[in-house]
Design a protein around this ligand. Structure first.
Ligand SMILES: [Zn+2]
Length: 315
């Protein structure tokens, strides 16, 4: 008998995943649909409702006390709306109201996907036991979230810790967000690949020009590929150092597809940190790979729902 069971949704530009999760973070029931990302908003919502429908027919559903949503951003947790960059049919979309309607009024907690992954790493993964942590997803974009004082810090709208759009190169290239020289503009997978190609790196016979291919070349010693990862590492280090200096984190967790490059990224990142994280209280900052796998978004959304339940519990 599970007394503390929650439902979780992980909504991204590629897939919509749902689960029933127990209070130890175990996924008991799961459902998934491809995100019809280029369709109109109602079509996307129907895919969400199909996922929820599979969960609600489970005999475990009646034990669910809350539902957590981790969504591609931006989100506005205070308004209960989402505007995922990769889902143009949803702009200020009232996702919380619609999910609540589809689930019979269950309490719903909405957070951004970077915050969700942070909740998962803090609960079950690499940031476990750390009261002050920055967790990052370095992938097609660069996202993140913060744990401060032992608690997830989503901020008023659910977007706090958005390290990808901190500017680390004030006169740098324009970023899709409207700013310049953002961490994401330098360190995301597509930007690592683009920079290597522009500087003369060429793919092998398979024609793969992805950041993963650049990582393989860097591992084999290709100097242009190595340099592209070093530049990404430098941008990440500057952003992490700024965060540590502001709020005193003691660990930075790096996940996402680019994070899987491993030491090709982490070794120059740790070296660059010594250039930027210089004050005594940030010098011991650890940088480690993420431990949570593809279920991080679901587990993190569940963590947020469980925390919400705890906040509201009678004392
Ligand atoms: Zn930006």
């Amino acid at each position: 008998m599970h007394t503390d069971l929650v439902a979780a949704l992980d909504i991204g530009g590629t897939k919509i995943a749902g689960a029933l999760v127990d209070d130890r973070g175990h996924i008991l029931v799961r459902a998934q649909r491809a995100t019809p990302a280029q369709e109109d908003g109602e079509t996307v919502m129907r895919a969400v409702e199909e996922v929820l429908g599979e969960l609600t027919v489970s005999p475990l559903w009646e034990s669910a006390s809350a539902l957590g949503i981790g969504s591609a951003g931006p989100v506005d947790a205070s308004a209960g709306t989402v505007s995922p960059v990769n889902v143009p049919g949803w702009r200020d979309y009232p996702l919380v109201r619609r999910v609540r309607a589809a689930t019979g009024g269950l309490p719903v907690e909405l957070i951004g996907d970077g915050v969700a992954i942070t909740a998962a790493e803090h609960w079950q993964g690499a940031a476990r036991g750390h009261d002050n942590a920055l967790c990052m997803v370095v992938s097609t974009g660069v996202g993140g979230g913060l744990v401060l004082g032992g608690r997830l810090h989503p901020g008023p709208t659910g977007n706090a810790g958005h390290i990808g759009h901190i500017s680390v190169d004030m006169d740098g290239d324009p970023c899709a967000c409207g700013s310049r020289g953002c961490v994401e503009r330098i360190a995301s997978g597509p930007n690592i690949a683009r920079r290597a190609y522009e500087n003369g790196w060429r793919p092998g016979p398979d024609g793969d020009t992805s950041a993963a291919a650049v990582a393989a070349a860097a591992r084999a010693g290709d100097p242009i590929a190595v340099a592209s990862f070093e530049r990404a590492a430098q941008a990440l280090a500057a952003g992490i150092a700024a965060t540590a200096t502001l709020v005193e984190i003691d660990i930075a967790v790096i996940g996402g597809g680019v994070g899987k490059a491993g030491e090709v990224l982490l070794t120059p990142l740790r070296k660059a940190l010594t250039d930027y994280a210089t004050l005594s209280f940030v010098q011991r900052l650890a940088v480690v790979p993420a431990q949570m796998g593809t279920d991080a978004g679901l587990v993190g959304a569940a963590a947020a729902a469980l925390a919400k339940g705890a906040d509201k519990a009678p004392v």
